[in-house]
Design a protein around this ligand. Structure first.
Ligand code: FE2
Length: 185
């Protein structure tokens, strides 16, 4: 389950209903999907997409998403530092940023137009949709591991537009959750 942290208010939300309600007020969708499928987190992308086909189709219908893929990042991913550098500065997109986490963790910081910056730490089973235009940035946790289904309205719309605000520099990219334990252990 996700952990939501409000660094400016020194406040942390760990209750799923509190998290959903807080994020919903900002226009962010947060859901938890049943991950007890007959598919391993390390299964090929096609198997992952097939296992979650019903949820993906429902999301596509709700949000106008046309394509889905699986992104897989670990400490050995070629070009990892360059990839992470694209996401760690405050930016926005022309389309929603929709991620369902299969394995690993990640940390979104959301900078709403009103209210404090919100840090959302996601892990396996968490679905998050950051609406188009919303300022945010993203870091991996210390284990540098995440595998996630991505949904796109138009992959071209997901290009980051950087705000150059420097807001991201004021927040530590620290994850609060436990160290990642690989599935099966
Ligand atoms: Fe983004």
């Amino acid at each position: 389950m996700a952990i939501v942290n409000l660094p400016d208010e020194n406040r942390t939300l760990r209750d799923s209903n509190d998290i959903k309600a807080y994020l919903s007020r900002l226009g962010i969708t947060y859901e938890q999907w049943d991950t007890s499928r007959m598919v391993a987190a390390a299964a090929p992308a096609e198997e992952i997409l097939a296992a979650y086909a019903a949820e993906i189709d429902a999301l596509k219908a709700r949000g106008g998403y046309v394509t889905a893929d699986v992104i897989d990042v670990n400490p050995h991913t070629p070009g990892l530092d360059q990839m992470l550098a694209r996401f760690k500065s405050e930016h926005w997109h022309d389309e929603d940023e929709v991620r369902f986490i299969i394995a690993g963790r990640g940390l979104f910081h959301i900078h709403p137009s009103e209210g404090p910056v919100v840090a959302i730490e996601v892990e396996a089973g968490d679905l998050i949709s950051v609406p188009r235009g919303m300022h945010h940035w993203f870091n991996l946790c210390s284990d540098q591991r995440i595998r996630a289904i991505r949904l796109f309205q138009d992959p071209a719309g997901w290009t980051p537009h950087y705000t150059e605000s420097g807001k991201d520099a004021g927040y530590q990219p620290l994850c609060l959750g436990p160290a990642y334990i690989p599935a099966g252990l």
